[in-house]
Design a protein around this ligand. Structure first.
Ligand code: SAM
Length: 299
């Protein structure tokens, strides 16, 4: 700053020599009261730099003062869905139903202000939000920072339809039924056992494995109080020759039907596949099995 004050003095002390051109500035030495003698070029450079720094600092300060804090409005436009936040109590329920642990990698498709990702990160999971609106992405990053989970919670500005979510062990979403249906083939190709939780909206004829509705007594009093869980089923349809008999499995999503031929009789079967685990009833008996690659082990 002293150098700034010296700017006026510099003007006053401008050498009167006619030879004071660019080249010989290096040779001109100035004597400013209170300042040690220094070459004019150095003094000009230093004062210029100080002035520039002071101006840019003042500008940044003014901008910081003026920049409005981004405040999203519930119902605001989004690329394919508007932003409406999931009530925190439902976020908690969704993550409970998905049984999120520190071993999980959670992805929220259309992550809004980041609340689901941040909550999953607080449970120790690595979590990533995919959000199209760049302001929401920046807001989420600030929120994660404030909550002390920036190391576990990350956010990317991307279109969920162009995002690879095959690394996720848990997917959360609050989209729309037609978007869920569009995503369904990709979801069904995920690793068996991947958990999908949706706020309120279903997946057409792929019926949820679990559905929980929170009530006002439980602290949820908006229209968005339903959590739906699906477990990605393994692809188990086929014919198997097993010690228990000849098994023909047919499959519609997680629902199994078909026949078991054992001891010279054929029984219709009904069952379910949950990830790699199979259960079915046939001929009054209950069977449990697990897919191991392409082979099925039945108990
Ligand atoms: C209903 S909000 C849900 C926000 C958050 N998941 C939650 O539960 O609080 C849907 C979000 O999806 C975002 N979105 C809409 N279309 C998208 C797209 N194609 N790709 C990524 N995000 C999208 C919106 O900007 C909005 O933030």
């Amino acid at each position: 700053m002293q150098e700034l004050n010296e700017l006026g003095a510099l003007e006053a002390a401008r050498p009167r020599s006619r030879n004071c051109n660019r080249r010989n500035l290096h040779n001109v030495r100035l004597q400013i009261p209170g300042a040690r003698e220094m070459p004019a070029a150095l003094l000009i450079r230093r004062t210029g730099l100080a002035l520039l720094l002071a101006m840019s600092g003042a500008l940044a300060f003014a901008q910081a003062q003026k920049a409005p804090v981004y405040e999203p409005q519930s119902g605001q436009e989004g690329k394919d869905v508007v932003w409406v936040p999931t009530p925190q109590i439902l976020v908690d329920k969704m993550l409970d139903m998905a049984k999120v642990t520190p071993a999980d990698f959670v992805m929220d498709l259309g992550s809004g202000d980041g609340r689901t990702v941040i909550t999953a990160a607080k449970r120790g999971a690595r979590a990533m939000g995919v959000e199209y609106n760049p302001d929401m992405v920046e807001l989420s990053k600030r929120n994660a920072e404030k909550e002390g989970v920036a190391g576990k919670a990350s956010f990317v500005k991307a279109d969920l339809f162009e995002t690879d979510f095959s690394r996720a062990s848990v997917i959360t979403m609050f989209l729309l039924p037609d978007i869920n249906i569009k995503l369904r083939p990709k979801i069904l190709d995920l690793k068996p056992g991947t958990r999908i939780v949706s706020n309120s909206f279903n997946m057409g004829d792929w019926v949820a494995d679990e559905r929980v509705v929170l009530t006002p007594d439980q602290g949820c009093s908006t229209s968005w109080c339903t959590s739906l869980l699906w477990i990605v089923p393994g692809k188990v349809a086929g014919n198997y020759k097993l010690p228990q008999g000849e098994l023909t499995l047919k499959q519609e999503f997680q629902v199994l039907f078909g026949t078991l031929r054992t001891e010279g009789k054929t029984f219709a079967l009904e069952g379910k596949v949950r990830g790699e685990d199979i259960t079915f009833k046939a001929g009054g008996k209950e069977y449990h099995g697990r897919m191991n690659g392409k082979s099925l082990e039945l108990r």
